[in-house]
Ligand binder design. Sequence first.
Ligand code: CA
Length: 229
Amino acid sequence: MRVLIVEDDELLAAGLVRALEAGGYAVDRVGDGAMADRVLSDTCHDLVVLDIGLPGMDGLQVLKRLRARGQSCAVLILTARDDVSDKVRGLDFGADDYLVKPFVLKEFEARVRALMRRSTSANSVQLRCGQLLFDTSAHRAWIGDIEIALTAREWSVLEYLLLHQGQVLSKEKILQSVCNWDENISPNAIEVYMSRLRTKLEPAGVSMRTIRGFGYLLEPVESLSALNT
Ligand code: CA
């Protein structure tokens, strides 16, 4: 899951980035509204944490333009304590939730988790494929009764694949969802993660097919055998 933080307060932004990275999210950060608008026009983030009081274009304008482009990513706005009207306008413009500054990090993290759950369509945070059970909030995964160990990156790649089961995903798309700008990872690295995941998921009845020239397709093995009979 990939998050964009739009916040001009360096100290606050750094704290939010750290908290989200510790939670396993890929995080990008910008400090002004015009830049946020540009970034959002061509990158797909799952969640935008958007401060209202920004230099240049303010957060409400960024939000309005985002929704006008038909982008449905989750938006959490950050408002100053005394600005009730900003909060109301933010929700009117299509924000999903808001936090009033100052807030404690624990509350921020809880709001982010709730929004991510909502944006992953099901209310359940448990994803399944074949014998694999993947608990996004507990950050644990099992094949049958046996818990499996995944690195942070394997975790992010697998989560993305599970959320898009049955769809062919290009390396670039997978990369975009699991890495931030500072990480110089080549699309070929995805092949490495895929091969490790294939090994780890071997007993799970999960098929991770390579569709040459297009990308990868994750689906339970049962659905393949159903097709063949
Ligand atoms: Ca601000």
